[in-house]
Design a protein around this ligand. Structure first.
Ligand SMILES: Cc1cc2nc3c(=O)[nH]c(=O)nc-3n(C[C@H](O)[C@H](O)[C@H](O)COP(=O)(O)OP(=O)(O)OC[C@H]3O[C@@H](n4cnc5c(N)ncnc54)[C@H](O)[C@@H]3O)c2cc1C
Length: 352
């Protein structure tokens, strides 16, 4: 339990005064994401500790440098969990980095993302002011939601120092069934089954197999398993945790990795390439060397966006091209929070 916010504020004040930039570091687990990091590293790893946890109220507040694995352990003692299932990346992932990168696990379409579970934050802006946004309770204040805006901003708007989150009870029973089918059939099946009122909490396809996770009351899980059929996995938690941690063989390959965030029902494209589908078809991973232009056109036709998640040339843009109107909006937000460009310059886009 250490609070180093005064040191962080002093570093920001100095950097703003000197006209230098800072590279915000959590556990460094996601250094591969976004464009090449630049600036003097400023580490949040010492700024950690759970500040409050009310199991009855289902809310937890922790310093941004707290490892996700530590939060998971505290919640497990009360049979609770983070419903958006963030990767822990060998215990390195921190709460602040997880919010900044907006990474969510397999349950995302059913349980929401971290953005949907954030109640409030503390943030140090480019004026070296530590501000509080939102609250620490479910009944949140109205207004422009700065907490949610941090999801995906990759630290370009300031240093998140504290996060309050909704947490959830763990499901009573979980079973995963596996069915053999090709990609096109898997997309059709995942969308059809997602439309049924069944306890589906995960749907992933790769290597010619569809994996469906059912979680909730034992009777609802068992009756759905009987109805949908398929081979039940022996260790269901191990499978979804390996997927969430990106430790399946698919992710260990050295090729560039592209991430599509699209309509779950979008048609399968480039059928001869190497794909893995998660989120019931809404998140699609593609391995290999491609030009961004070609993939962006495909993603737009599929109703979404694509980014170069890992590998490739990170001196170029890695996130989907934004329209001129959105670029202006992003730049205005950046200027309002960080007028001197102290935080993570160019990490998200070359123009920010
Ligand atoms: C079930 C489901 C259905 C969907 N259906 C549709 C659909 O019909 N149409 C559609 O268009 N999309 C759809 N999507 C995709 C999704 O809604 C959009 O891509 C959304 O904008 C964010 O996606 P994400 O949660 O994966 O965020 P991310 O992948 O984290 O972010 C998406 C992009 O926005 C950027 N970004 C996020 N926050 C900021 C910020 N604060 N400042 C600057 N840049 C930022 C990120 O850098 C990234 O490039 C769907 C997704 C799901 C899970």
């Amino acid at each position: 339990m250490t609070d180093i916010s005064q040191e962080l504020i002093a570093r920001v004040r100095q950097a703003s005064h000197d006209g230098t930039s800072l590279q915000i570091m959590g556990g460094g687990s996601k250094q591969f994401m976004g464009r090449e990091p630049i600036g003097d590293p400023i580490s949040l790893s010492e700024h950690k500790g759970i500040i409050s946890y009310e199991p009855i109220e289902l809310v937890l507040t922790a310093r941004a440098g707290t490892p996700i694995s530590e939060i998971n352990s505290a919640l497990a003692e009360h049979n609770q969990c983070l419903a958006f299932e963030p990767p822990t990346f060998n215990g390195q992932a921190t709460l602040g980095g997880t919010l900044a990168c907006h990474l969510s696990g397999p349950a995302r379409p059913w349980s929401g993302s971290i953005r949907d579970h954030v109640l409030g934050i503390r943030l140090i802006n480019g004026h070296a002011e530590e501000l509080r946004f939102g609250g620490q309770v479910m009944k949140n204040v109205a207004g422009y939601d700065v907490s949610r805006m941090q999801a995906g901003a990759m630290g370009t708007l300031g240093i998140i120092t504290e996060v309050s989150l909704k947490v959830m009870p763990k499901p009573a029973a979980t079973v995963t069934i596996k069915q053999e089918m090709d990609a096109a059939k898997a997309i059709e099946t995942m969308n059809r089954l997602s439309g049924q009122s069944k306890p589906l909490t995960g749907a992933c396809w790769f290597d010619n197999h569809l994996y469906l996770r059912l979680a909730g009351a034992r009777s609802a899980v068992d009756s759905t398993v009987n109805q949908w059929q398929g081979a039940a996995l022996e260790d269901t938690d191990a499978f979804w945790s390996t997927l969430r941690e990106q430790q399946l063989d698919y992710f260990l390959d050295a090729s560039s990795l592209w991430r599509f965030s699209v309509k779950s029902s979008a048609a399968h494209v480039l059928p001869d390439e190497d794909w893995l589908f998660d989120w019931g078809g809404a998140q699609r991973w593609l391995r290999g060397d491609f030009t961004a232009d070609k993939l962006e056109a495909l993603a737009e036709t599929a109703g979404g966006q694509v980014s170069l998640y890992r590998g490739g040339d990170r001196s170029q843009e890695v996130f989907h091209t934004q329209s001129e109107a959105l670029q202006k909006l992003h730049q205005r937000l950046k200027h309002a929070f960080d007028p001197n460009g102290v935080f993570n310059p160019n990490r998200l886009y070359s123009w920010m």
